[in-house]
Structure formats: C-alpha cells, structure tokens
Design a protein around this ligand. Sequence first.
Ligand code: NAD
Length: 311
Amino acid sequence: MSRIIDGKLFAQRLREFIGQQVAIIKTEHGVVPGLATILVGQNPASEVYVRNKARQTVEAGMASFKHTLDATISQAELLGLIAELNANEDVHGILVQLPLPAHISAERVINAIDPRKDVDGFHVSNVGMLGTGQPAMLPCTPLGCMMLLREQFGSLTGKNALVVGRSNIVGKPMAQLLLADDCTVTIAHRYSENLEEHCRRADILVMAVGKPQMIPGTWIKPGATVIDVGINRIERNGKPTLVGDVDFTSASEVAGAITPVPGGVGPMTIACLLLNTLTAFCRSKGMPEPANSGLELVNGIGVIQEFKKAS
Ligand code: NAD
C-alpha cells in the first residue's frame, strides 16, 4: 500500500508559514502584501475558485482586492483595469481567473500584467525566465507539485519523470521544473504512442490530462511516486464524486507514494498563489524572499531559491 501524500496538510502548513511571515512584515513595516483577483462573467466553477482564493488571502493576513466584472466588458476596459492594478502600489499580485469570455484574448490580457505581479506565472516573460533558469514567478500548480515531490524525495536528481499533458498552465511548466531539478523528463500528450510503456519506466508520474481514472495501477512502476493533477467530476453510486486521472484504488497498491483526489495537488495550488504573492511583495520591496525557515514540511519553499541559482 502506498504512502498517501497529504497535500491538504502540506498546504495548511504552508499557509500557516505564509501567515507568520505576513504578520512579521506587518509588525516591522506596517504594510501587507495585496492580491487582486479579476473574475469576468458568471462561470460557477470560477466563482468558487476566486472566492476561495480571496478568503485564503485574507486568512493569511494579506489584503484582497476583488474585481467582479460583467461578461460583456470589453477587452479595452479589462486592459484598463489591469493598467490601474499594475500602477497600484498596494497590489503586489494580479490574478485573472481563466477562462475569459470568447471576445477577450486571454493571451493579450495575461501579457498586459506587470510580470512582477504575475502571481500565476503565465506571462510570457515568466515562462521564458523559467525556461532559462532565471528567477521567474512559477505557476502555482506545478510549484505545488514540486514541493510535494521535494518533500517526498529530497533530491530528484536522475529520476525518470513522465508528465502526461502539455498545457501551458500545468504540463509544460511542470516538465521545465522537473528538468531544472535534474530529472530525465518525458512529456506525453494526446498523440503519444505507447503511453503504458512510458508509464512503466517512470519513477515520477505526473498526470495532468483531465480524463477520469485513465491510468490503471498495472501501468505504474512498482514504488513510483504518482502526482495526480487531474480533477474530474463523475457519478459514483448515483452521487457526484471527484476523481483524478489515475485509478487511485489500483494505483495505490503499486505506487510508493500517491496524491489523492481530492486532497492532493488541489489545496497546494492556492497555497502557492499566496506564496507567490508574498514573494512578489518581497521582491517589490527589496526584502529577503521567503525561504526555508527550518520547518521540515516547508522545505519545498527552497524550490524558489534553487531555481534562482539554476544555470
Ligand atoms: P488541458 O485540457 O489544457 O490539457 C490536457 C492535456 O492532456 C493536453 O496537453 C492533451 O494533449 C493531453 N491529453 C489529452 N488526452 C490524452 C491522452 N489520452 N493521453 C495523453 N495525453 C492526453 O488541461 P489542463 O488545464 O492542463 O488540466 C489538466 C487537468 O488538471 C484537468 O483535469 C484540470 O481540471 C486539472 N487541473 C488541476 C489543478 C489543481 O489545482 N489541482 C490545476 C489546473 C488543472
């Protein structure tokens, strides 16, 4: 039976750590980091995500600036708001919840955010900096996955890692982070052949596809670490249930360690958004960035420092 990687607990400790750092900054400097969220339209899932992000921002002692805009807002108006937030000294992070309505270019909007405030790490300059080993804002979900892996392994050097999925928000940056951490990285996608063979070779399997339980336990290398990013809603016994891209029951018989869905990667994403906001604040003020404070479970925070040094 696998070790279950408790992302919920890790995320809670990370948020506590961030809250402590914010409290120290507030006492010493009288200011707090601020995160602006922008939600356009009324997508119910997006509303839940933004509400949770704003609530956890406030719980960590930071300022939350919520902007809820009508679906009919023009691209020019949205770009105007982003320009205002870029110039606002109380705002250190800007998050535009995706997807955006079809008449607005997500690419145009994301690239209008000041890269220093791009706490999602999606701006093209942060993507380029990650790819070239410079101190980027790292995308939240892959950063959370890396923390869980770091906690599991310490060093990832030389591991065979397979990332299934090549989206800009999860698969590609995940592969970049694993590569920067000295793994041998394979990226699989919808046109890949022999996925089973690739899976069998992987010491680390990161699934980011969005297909319920597509990987059975029999495909997994015994003792491998499985990070399941997928979030899929299915019906089980007539009840709506969340499952990952991996068949958890059979996989947990074979894997050495595995993240559950829910309670694995999901909670790490918001915690890393808060961490990125704190990091953006510290960079804007020329303060030392959050680093490993000695708390065993936040060792992963060192990831940020490691990538600054990467060449
Ligand atoms: P996406 O739809 O943008 O990308 C899916 C990728 O899967 C594509 O690159 C595609 O080539 C690949 N793919 C599709 N079918 C495949 C197959 N049969 N074999 C191999 N590869 C295949 O999705 P995304 O935004 O990267 O999200 C992926 C999943 O992760 C979704 O379930 C999403 O809900 C979840 N997600 C979770 C979090 C979190 O916080 N836990 C964050 C982001 C996304």
